[in-house]
Design a protein around this ligand. Sequence first.
Ligand SMILES: Nc1ncnc2c1ncn2[C@@H]1O[C@H](COP(=O)(O)OP(=O)(O)OP(=O)(O)O)[C@@H](O)[C@H]1O
Ligand SMILES: [Mg+2]
Length: 340
Amino acid sequence: MSKPIILSMKNVSVHFPVKGALPFSKKRVVSAVSDVSVDIFQGETFGIVGESGCGKSTLANAMIGLVRPTSGEVLFKGNKLYSLSPQEFKEIRRDMQMIFQDPFSSLNPRFNVYQIISEPMKIRGGASVDEMKKRVIELLELVGLSEKDLYRYPSDFSGGQRQRIGIARAIILNPDFLVCDEPVSALDVSVHAQILNLLMELQEKLKMTYVFISHNLAVVKSICDHMVVMYLGNVMESGSTKAIYQHPLHPYTNALLSAVLDVDLDNKKERILLQGDIPSPINPPRGCRFYQRCPYAMKGCVDKKPALIEIEPEHFVACHYINPFAQEEINAGLAKPLNL
Ligand SMILES: Nc1ncnc2c1ncn2[C@@H]1O[C@H](COP(=O)(O)OP(=O)(O)OP(=O)(O)O)[C@@H](O)[C@H]1O
Ligand SMILES: [Mg+2]
């Protein structure tokens, strides 16, 4: 039996209005996330990968109530997150926390460790100073620091230690859903493994569900149970990490994976080198968002958006080229490869 779903997104889009180049020019929107549906199972680690600007952080922020979707629904433990009263939202939001990418800017340099870690508890109220102190010491030990660090300031710590402080602050209210948005990318490579191991230990001990955003596909492969591959606000491929790494289907996923030398794909595919840059999300292609850079693009890819289709158990892909139904159209001569 599969685990219960803790968070579900249904057809979520997030558009940001942006100013036009001239004062009276037409208003434009950045389509940061477009029609994304995901289910995240309790206790799992859910990976989000894709190039810079593809909407990973926006998607994660929409999950935890930091960015209101333009359309679609987010359900956390069955509650429609964006239909809750402010009080209900405040309470549920304590179960959802985030670890920030940069522990240098995310910790207030004027606060000591005790003040930083206890802040969420102080805001919630109802705990005495002694209780807060006891809890902060407990957390310091849990994240590999100690009581003697209590009154030190962020500037006294290394990047890895600061990230430990950020993690302690994120888990002080016992959340069960934690977004880790590039949690080690701002740190020295030598401490990556330590922080990742700490996160894995805490997940085991505290039974948390993680959303893990990373550019490091080898790390995603080793720690994520399910994942989505995003491109320009769309999900290109999703499913179990094992299925995706063993048998990547989307040309974009193949390109991403083939750029990583240390990923030993069981099913070796030809290397795909992407041409050009990721297009602007202000005016994204109306068909497949990847078609301009796709070596297999066909005429149909320009106008028709491919649906995310389950190709094998727990493995979905949005690609006309891979989709067996479109394949019939290709075979019948109705769709022809596009010479870009
Ligand atoms: N508040 C905002 N206002 C306008 N545009 C925004 C805003 N936040 C994000 N964007 C745009 O939305 C798109 C997606 O951004 P997002 O930060 O989610 O990408 P990302 O995948 O997390 O990138 P990175 O890997 O660099 O962190 C980008 O084009 C970005 O410029
Ligand atoms: Mg980001």
